[in-house]
Write a protein that binds this ligand. Structure first.
Ligand code: 8GT
Length: 317
């Protein structure tokens, strides 16, 4: 593992989009680190240079364009075997000049949903996820004694744009929960949301839903417990748990606790720096959890998170 004391190389890259919404990838040329992999055009930031100036310079040198650097997308800290880097990615929707590979690199305009088919460096996986996947992950609270009211709240959240949901209800009677999960899954599916069941493989399979593993269940599986194409996720608090989740083939993980909350008052608090340090050693998309809400999304993205997971902050009152 790369030593934490090795300084991280600052790298800037652009998600360059054409009028049809396709994204530009460049192929790393032979003789360089990670040769043959596809990447977002960009390169190393020089001392004293702003991220925007560095990216505009790299795109001029590599592609021959004068680019207007747009909004920040995500900043991904990533450790490779021989170096650490921080990949800082910006949208680029406008430029002047004719695009060409000035350094002999192959270029490809790729529809966004096909980006996952291109072999890319590990740091790019969270970038593609930030373009494609839900920024908010709702974890349901346990229903009180009114199942219909709970379903109505879920519906409000879905109508409000939540598109990834974990169905969780600690301590609930199994027969009641099974019936409620079936109804909740139908609603999520109708809304086009990705839905996962917490901790119960049989219940997830019976509803053809995804599976969200509590950290304690990670060690009980030796291979991916759901088919490819069905979401698998895990809750993690340590690097060992994150690496186990990645080895099992989890599509994403939830990492906490960022701050202490009423539901987990004893949990060890990570803070954003602690989160970013864990982020370096895996390449799955990660949601941060613990006392966070949608207003923390920008900060989360600056520390390499896909987004925010929450119970109360995302559950309609
Ligand atoms: N431009 C760019 N670089 C990336 C991406 N993902 C990623 O891991 N990197 C890494 O960030 C560094 C970018 O620096 P560079 O493009 O100036 O690389 P280089 O070949 O001159 O240097 P190197 O081979 O010594 O690393 C490389 O180590 C590259 O592997 C990406 O999407 N775009």
């Amino acid at each position: 593992m790369t030593e934490i004391s090795t300084p991280a190389v600052e790298v800037v890259a652009g998600v360059i989009r054409d009028a049809r919404g396709r994204v530009l990838l460049a192929r790393r040329t032979e003789g360089r680190d990670l040769a043959g992999l596809w990447e977002f055009p960009g390169g190393k930031r020089e001392p004293g240079e702003s991220a925007q100036a560095a990216l505009a310079r790299e795109l001029r040198e590599e592609l021959g364009i004068e680019a207007e650097i747009g909004a920040p997308l995500i900043r991904v800290p990533q450790a490779y075997p021989h170096k650490r880097l921080c990949l800082d990615v910006y949208a680029v929707d406008r430029w002047k000049g004719t695009m060409r590979g000035l350094e002999g690199q192959a270029l490809a305009w790729v529809p966004q949903h096909k980006l996952v088919q291109y072999p890319m460096p590990p740091a790019d996986r969270p970038v593609v996820a930030a373009l494609e996947q839900a920024p908010l992950y709702l974890v349901t609270p346990a229903p009180g004694d009114d199942d219909d009211a709970w379903l109505a709240s879920l519906q409000v959240a879905l109508d409000g744009g939540v598109s990834r949901v974990q169905l969780r209800a600690p301590g609930i009677d199994l027969a009641r929960w099974s019936a409620l999960v079936a109804r909740a899954v139908r609603r999520c599916r109708k809304a086009g949301a990705d839905v996962l069941v917490n901790g119960d493989m049989a219940l997830a399979a019976a509803n053809k839903a995804g599976l969200h593993l509590p950290a304690a269940q990670l060690a009980t599986h030796v291979r991916r417990p759901v088919p490819e194409g069905v979401s698998l996720a895990a809750s993690c608090h340590t690097l060992d748990e994150l690496q186990a989740a990645q080895a099992l083939g989890c599509d994403f993980a939830v990492v906490g606790t960022l701050a202490s909350t009423p539901s987990h008052p004893q949990a060890e608090v990570l803070g954003w720096e602690g989160f970013a340090q864990l982020r370096e050693h895996v390449s799955m998309p990660l949601y941060a959890i613990g006392g966070l809400g949608a207003e923390d999304l920008e900060r989360a993205r600056r520390h390499g998170a896909q987004g925010i997971a929450a119970i109360r902050a995302l559950w309609p009152a």
